[in-house]
Design a protein around this ligand. Structure first.
Ligand SMILES: O=C(O)[C@H](O)[C@@H](O)[C@H](O)[C@H](O)COP(=O)(O)O
Length: 328
């Protein structure tokens, strides 16, 4: 898209909206045929995400002013199609890879299962297949099903077949679960492995939370608002101590899984939350709504970074109900 048509698109979406959105600089993240919704801020981490418009900002009272803890940055990028989303997600990921590999000689990346893996397809194509420093990548799973690695339900297999087998990440940098253990054992084993990697500096530790701080988490979200294997209403949402835990009653099959906990997820330096398809529209609407809900927060609403940047990548179908609201 030319810069003039891009600005026309932006200005039509931003007519009522101040301040201007926090975006990746145009020269680092061109967003072809991209619609844009203004940045969101978590104004109260115990409440839902909110779109900030000029009128809402003016209405904010001192009581509602963001506290120091709410200074994390949240953006929502909306794409005309999943194809456009995948192009931009690849560029975003490659740029973070370049930054962290350059700054600290390693790039710790956490992936989920689900449709996210398909949306990462552009990353294994030109120019990234050759330009990304794959040797510096360290790959982890935010959740994994307790099945053998060659099982059709395995998140490792999903990622390996579509992504990891196509790029030269050293096999020793790919941290799959030990599939010979029980769910409890696999969670303990994964946490022990992470502790070792924190000691060696492969994974950083957040000085503010004391939990590991991954450079990037690439996460999907279920139509019920779950992230990782943290499901609505489940007691695991309240886990405050463990880095990795297990679930044996997952409402999404298979029932036995291990999962990162919220303290680890929320210590990340960057999270990309990817949502595509109309099946996610209701949850996005709820996540970005400004209604005061008395019901429990959805897991996805509990993704509130301590000191990092959360970027939502949504296609038009997933963001349809949020867009209606933003364009009012
Ligand atoms: O193991 C899993 O089940 C996944 O890691 C899971 O957390 C996934 O990311 C979401 O369910 C979204 O999946 P979809 O994008 O396919 O809806």
């Amino acid at each position: 898209m030319s810069s003039s048509s891009s600005s026309a698109l932006l200005s039509s979406h931003l007519r009522h909206l101040q301040p201007p959105p926090r975006l990746f600089p145009a020269n680092t993240l061109p967003l072809p045929r991209t619609s844009l919704i203004p940045p969101t801020r978590i104004r109260n981490p115990t409440r839902s995400l909110r779109i900030r418009s000029s009128s809402m900002a003016a209405a904010a009272t001192a009581k509602e002013a963001p506290s120091a803890k709410e200074k994390d940055k949240v953006s929502l990028l909306v794409f005309d199609s999943e194809e456009d989303l995948s192009v931009s997600l690849a560029k975003y990921t490659a740029e973070l890879s370049g930054r962290f590999a350059g700054e600290r000689g390693a790039f710790s990346v956490v992936i989920s299962g689900g449709s996210l893996i398909k949306s990462l397809r552009k990353l294994v194509e030109a120019p990234y297949a050759d330009s990304v420093e794959w040797g510096k990548w360290h790959v982890f799973w935010v959740d994994e099903r307790v099945v053998p690695k060659d099982h059709p339900d395995s998140n490792y297999k999903l990622a390996y077949d579509a992504f990891l087998s196509k790029v030269p990440i050293p096999p020793g940098h790919v941290y799959a679960i030990n599939d010979s253990l029980s769910a409890e054992g696999a969670a303990d084993d994964y946490e022990t492995c992470l502790k070792q990697l924190v000691k060696t500096g492969t994974v950083q530790l957040s000085p503010s939370t004391g939990f590991p701080k991954f450079d990037l988490m690439l996460l999907g979200m279920g139509p019920d608002g779950h992230v990782a294997s943290l499901f609505p209403g489940h007691p695991l949402l309240q886990e405050k101590e463990r880095w990795i835990t297990f679930i044996k009653d997952s409402p999404k099959p298979p029932s036995e899984r291990i999962t990162f906990t919220f303290p680890v997820i929320n210590s990340s330096a960057n999270i990309a939350l990817v949502a595509t398809g109309a099946g996610k529209a209701g949850v996005l609407h709820q996540a970005f709504g400004d209604e005061h809900s008395t019901s429990e927060l959805l897991p996805v609403q509990m993704v509130t970074l301590e000191d990092g940047e959360l970027t939502w990548f949504a296609d038009k179908a997933a963001a349809s109900k949020v867009q209606d609201k933003a364009n009012l």
